[in-house]
Design a protein around this ligand. Structure first.
Ligand SMILES: Cc1cc2nc3c(=O)[nH]c(=O)nc-3n(C[C@H](O)[C@H](O)[C@H](O)COP(=O)(O)OP(=O)(O)OC[C@H]3O[C@@H](n4cnc5c(N)ncnc54)[C@H](O)[C@@H]3O)c2cc1C
Length: 404
């Protein structure tokens, strides 16, 4: 065992959340170690690659042609009975090249001074006097382990994360807290308009949705995310096969992606003594859509600010890091809480009810703003189309008021 240095901050995972936290902290003069178990940052891609409007993304990195595969100029939702709701939404967002996107963020971290080590996997947390004091690391290329000591560890290890469990912040996911996903990059598909499409219902995506996200030049990410408890024991790829046969029978399948996407309620605690969780590791994804790229970047900025302040004071207990959770829960965390309840209602609906909801969407007022769907309006739209949902949504409002 060799001691490989002493850092202000060790970050586990060079996805968007980890790279951004590393960049921010390195830029403020901290000594930062960024650990990534994969050989190549961002590879293989396990994502449908959609992000929101330019202004939201460019808070974190400038978009250029090497990062953008296609703009997103509208949304289409297809109900189980074939009813189609469409809304043009120019400037709604982009489908990016996720590998290039993640690489650019990790390069920004390295340029700011963070020490990026790929092929290095965190194996556990080190502790000193009961608090987290660093990371036990395995060098996957050379073999062997070493300890990296750090005043604060950032767990940004994504959906497969173990570090929040090591820190005592999280239990194992329950099956319904993860969309089980399968996706193909399809070529030769009719995706001429830059709309993102969502298909609802038990045939293609029980307890979730199927999607078509344009990648430009007649290509699209075509995928499904299902609730494993509602999937009749079938893996997501079986649903994907059925969806591909329906939506793009002639398309050539060029890149299969299989993986989980967290749609869980946000963690109640985001910090332990000497540790914070960020991004999907902290359940910061939108629990309705599963989207989490921008959320991870946002969480990373909030975490980095709280860590920098705590380091300035020389105290990094959970209490000293608590401003991070406060900021998160007062902003996107609050919207996520509403999305979580909306999702519980929405994904439990029968096919008939889903079709009724989609028919009602064209009448719903103020459902979208420049950042996408507004969660409270979504719940209203659900209730208007299905009055029996009033009881469930009352449960939500009471729950939300209680947690405030
Ligand atoms: C099929 C699918 C489609 C999706 N589509 C979208 C979409 O269109 N839009 C969107 O916004 N979100 C989407 N998501 C979700 C999105 O990919 C994640 O929310 C986002 O990547 C979270 O970023 P992160 O930095 O928290 O974690 P990640 O991007 O998962 O990064 C975590 C990193 O940690 C590394 N790591 C893990 N364990 C260790 C360890 N022990 N030691 C060292 N490194 C480790 C991993 O290799 C990884 O690089 C999708 C997810 C899936 C599965």
């Amino acid at each position: 065992m060799t001691d490989r240095g002493r850092y202000d901050v060790a970050v586990i995972g060079a996805g968007p959340g980890g790279s951004r936290a590393a960049e921010r902290l390195a830029r403020s003069g901290r000594r930062v170690l960024l650990l990534e178990k994969r050989e190549r940052v961002g590879h293989p891609v396990r994502c449908a690659e959609a992000v929101g409007p330019r202004a939201d993304v460019e808070r974190y990195l400038a978009l250029d042609d090497t990062l953008v595969s296609s703009p997103v100029d509208g949304v289409a939702v297809v109900a189980p009975d074939g009813t189609r709701f469409e809304r043009a939404f120019p400037g709604a967002g982009f489908v990016v090249d996720r590998e290039a996107f993640d690489r650019r963020l990790s390069e920004a971290a390295a340029a700011a001074g963070a020490e990026l080590r790929t092929g290095h996997q965190a194996m556990g947390l080190l502790r000193e006097n009961g608090r987290v004091a660093g990371v036990r690391v395995k060098d996957l290329r050379a073999g062997g382990h070493y300890d990296a000591l750090a005043a604060v560890v950032v767990g940004a290890d994504g959906v497969e994360s173990l570090s929040p469990r090591w820190a005592g912040l999280k239990d194992q996911y329950r099956p319904e807290e993860i969309f089980s996903c399968a996706q193909q990059l399809v070529e030769g598909i009719d995706a001429s308009r830059a709309f993102i499409e969502f298909y609802l219902g038990r045939r293609f995506a029980p307890g979730g949705y199927a999607w078509v996200f344009p990648k430009g030049s007649g290509r699209a990410n075509v995928g499904v995310g299902v609730n494993p408890l509602m999937a009749d024991g079938k893996p997501a790829v079986r649903y994907l096969d059925a969806f591909l046969a329906h939506r793009c029978p002639g398309g050539a399948r060029t890149r299969l992606v299989v993986g989980g996407c967290a749609v869980a309620r946000g963690l109640s605690r985001l910090a332990a003594d000497g540790y914070v969780a960020v991004g999907e590791a902290a359940n910061q994804n939108n629990p309705f859509s599963g989207g989490g790229i921008i959320n991870a970047l946002e969480g990373a900025d909030m975490a980095a600010e709280a860590i920098a302040r705590a380091l300035d004071r020389g105290r990094v207990s959970a209490r000293d890091l608590a401003s991070y959770a406060k900021t998160w829960k007062g902003s996107t965390g609050r919207a996520n809480e509403a999305f979580f309840h909306a999702a519980r209602i929405f994904y439990g609906l029968s096919d008939d009810e889903l079709s009724r909801v989609v028919r009602g969407l064209s009448r719903a007022r103020g459902l979208f703003d420049e950042r996408g769907v507004k969660p409270r309006r979504l719940i209203q739209a659900l209730v208007v189309s299905n009055p029996r949902l009033l009881v469930q949504s009352l449960g939500y409002w009471l729950g939300a008021a209680w947690r405030r």
